[in-house]
Design a protein around this ligand. Structure first.
Ligand SMILES: [Zn+2]
Length: 438
């Protein structure tokens, strides 16, 4: 056990589950029982508060309201939101400083950034209250599945041990959460026996993972004919395809509870005990905007006062479901979430890299970055630049790519005039023409 790591675990827990966390969780467990009517009243009340705050304290919205000749009196209900224009990542990047409430900025605020689905990272500021609120919503989701603080393994994209390490342990124990943090990066056929051995030793009841890491883990358990049962499996961050779900649930004799969210934290959708995907209507205001690809999720913050986003476009799409869910919740239902594309870069060592958002970080003059692979051991990085992309920028991009994929990778930076969008209009950060995961 590393004392520093353990200490950080406790600090993180104290911060994310601060004094207001408990109050939020209690309130959220109450509003989960609300009728649709009562939920709407709650949203309207919180929206009014947020709009007043934006009007008084945030330069970007002050200008916007002035231009549109609006005052908070014009936006009293969620139906009035359509008087405001949509917000998107580009606007956030161009107006970053003007979107921050100076008076709310303090040392307890944290910076978040978007994941790889956009190519160019965007930064978002979160305040202490909203971080605790987010965590309370996550806990409500876990508790719905019967997890009130069980032993768990986390197998996601976090950097747990150095990428260059090739001997176990590829994990660390976080005592604060009774959680074994396992590196998703190192999970490969060659290391699978050591992962299985450690899991059998630790005996976790909960698996918290990406669909892709859970799928791989299930493959290895099945290949080695080791039976294992989890009480619940929590997935997020990638699309969960029906055949992937069925396979994982079958191998681990467990139910998957999927979650959809995004770094901007404007929409949360989670799966209930009955399997329905519910928009968490007490988390934010979610509008469903018609489009050719389905209904786009557009979200308005109700809890982040340091950098609130009103009518933020996610470019993720859902198909709505009209029949009621047997669970009895009044939260709106959706059939499925489209647009969470999943792909990965395959390294010469056989690792699958699905998180690429940190690669372009720090590289100047880049507008968009896309990773393209069609030959083993080779990675093409398509870049759209602002025309000032220098040799230094290129060298840094190559260095970052090698560091986050593999030192053995042959990296080719390719300047392009534009990067075509995927079939649903969404940016695709990784295109892999190598064999697909089966
Ligand atoms: Zn339900």
């Amino acid at each position: 056990m590393e004392p520093l790591f353990e200490f950080q675990g406790w600090i993180k827990k104290a911060y994310r589950q601060g004094p207001i966390f408990g109050r939020y969780l209690k309130r959220l467990e109450e509003s989960a029982q609300f009728s649709a009517e009562k939920l709407k009243r709650l949203q309207n009340r919180q929206l009014q508060k947020m709009v007043h705050h934006c009007y008084r304290n945030i330069p970007y919205y002050q200008d916007l309201f002035r231009q549109l000749k609006l005052t908070p009196a014009h936006i009293k209900t969620i139906d009035d939101l359509e008087k405001l224009p949509f917000m998107e990542k580009k606007i956030v990047n161009e107006n970053y400083d003007k979107l921050i409430a100076r008076r709310r900025k303090n040392i307890l605020c944290r910076l978040g950034s978007t994941s790889g689905s956009t190519g160019t990272p965007a930064k978002f500021f979160r305040d202490y209250g909203s971080i605790n609120f987010e965590n309370a919503v996550v806990w409500r989701h876990w508790r719905n599945a019967g997890d009130f603080g069980k032993k768990r393994i986390t197998l996601r994209g976090d950097s747990i041990v150095p990428a260059s390490q090739n001997e176990p342990p590829f994990w660390k124990y976080n005592r604060a959460n009774q959680e074994l943090l396992m590196s998703g990066y190192h999970l490969s056929l060659a290391n699978s026996a050591s992962y299985i051995e450690e899991i059998l030793r630790f005996q976790p009841e909960i698996l918290y993972c990406y669909p892709s890491t859970a799928y791989l883990l299930a493959k290895f358990f099945q290949q080695q004919k080791v039976p294992y049962r989890f009480d619940a499996i929590f997935t997020s961050s990638e699309s969960l395809e029906p055949h992937v779900r069925a396979y994982i649930e079958d191998v681990f004799e467990s139910r998957i509870y999927d979650w959809y969210g995004q770094a901007e934290r404007v929409v949360a959708i989670c799966q209930c005990k009955a399997g329905g995907y519910h928009i968490q209507d007490d988390y934010s205001v979610v509008e469903l905007k018609d489009s050719a690809y389905g209904q786009e999720l557009v979200g308005t913050h109700l809890n982040n006062f340091v950098m609130p986003l009103l009518r933020y476009r996610t470019y993720d799409y859902v198909s709505p479901r009209t029949e009621a869910c047997p669970c009895g919740s009044a939260f709106r239902l959706v059939d499925r979430i489209l647009g969470r594309n999943y792909s990965y870069i395959l390294t010469p060592e056989g690792y699958r890299i699905s998180i690429t958002n940190h690669i372009p970080r720090g590289v100047e003059n880049l507008l968009e970055t896309q990773f393209y692979q069609e030959k083993p051991g080779e990675l093409i990085v398509n870049v759209l630049t602002n025309g000032h992309f220098s040799e230094t920028d290129r060298a840094l991009l190559v260095r970052n790519t090698l560091e986050h994929t593999s030192p053995q990778m042959n990296v080719i930076v390719n300047e392009v005039q534009g990067i075509p969008r995927g079939p649903n209009g969404k940016f695709i950060s990784i295109i892999n023409k190598l064999e697909v995961m089966n």
